[in-house]
Design a protein around this ligand. Sequence first.
Ligand code: ZN
Ligand code: ZN
Length: 415
Amino acid sequence: LSPHQSHLERYAELAIRIGLNLQPGQVLYIGSASTPVPVELAPFARLLVSKAYDAGARRVFVQFQDEQISRMTMERAAEEALAEFPLHLARMYEEAADNGAAFLVVYAPNPDLMQGVDPKRLTTAARASQKALVRFSGKLSNMDFNWALISAPTDGWAAKVYPGLPSGERTEALWRDILYTVRADNGDPVAAWQEHLDLLRERARYLNERRFRRLHYRAPGTDLSLELADAHLWLGGENDTPGGITFVPNLPTEEVFSVPRRDGVNGTVRATMPLNYNGRLIEDIELRFEGGRIVDYKASSGYETLKGLIETDDGSHYLGEVALVPVDSPIARLNRLFYNTLFDENAACHLAIGRAYPPCLEGGTAMSKEELLRHGLNDSITHVDFMIGSADLEIDGETANGERVPVFRAGKWAF
Ligand code: ZN
Ligand code: ZN
């Protein structure tokens, strides 16, 4: 495996106990239908499986895929085949969710994997998988079951983050970063997480008490007014399933997040980090909004990929998430671009194109799609975060009586 075996064990245990809060007797799926575990991470997957059985898992299933085979599929499979996602796979995950299983995804996409592959083919395949998995993704967004997203370094990804290091040292360096960001590298990680979750809960509570009607963003290239849904809730760190399992869906996590009104976003916003999406990098994203809708977009590279994302469906022209992360978060302090949204989104304020999280609305998890829409929540088959935070970012909150209160100054919490 690697020299710091004991840290890896702690991390695997955190993923199972704090991330998933796996219940005795629960079935666990590691790797999802759309995000299988890269085969080179098999040693780490074994550790996860072992910790899951320690926690009383009834049975653990692991879905692997080899990166090079994924690339071959995108290059060489028949075009019509890419438009058809295997429905039996989608059904398997839906059925498992209905039967009370937990899901753990090891998210480690290689940012350069699909370089040179026709973006249209990638878009076709992504859309097919999002469509086939729409019911499963809806239950996941609704926090109907306990799930968690974690990560682990592959050689391809580590090469992108640490191009200057000798090839034998890159994966180790990225492991060190990951273990640091998930607080598994020293002391008592469970205690560190309890403290961290308390802090996120405090931030969310403060914002929920203020009941801001709008947020105003200012930064170079950004001048954006974003209306929050009326009965919005700020969440951070933990979530609860309807059955009462408290879990932490992202490890690491530094954000507090809520829902914009679908039709209430106006102005321009410039991304502050490249976005690794669908095996390609999109750089220098700029979006212009009118009445919530993206009416114009630019990128210095990866434009076709950005277009594929925004043109996914009607809902992918609107925002579904607003998240606040200060530039002095532990991940941001590393000052490193990870090319992996799980890490980059926890180093910077971000917004998400696409589906909103119903738990961010009072009573939202029990509402139908139509009711959620009426409350201003966006729906789409996709949900993709892009980062807009920087040390130049200022955010004001506008209260119901029009008063403006500083929320972020110089990229950090203003209170
Ligand atoms: Zn987020
Ligand atoms: Zn998101």
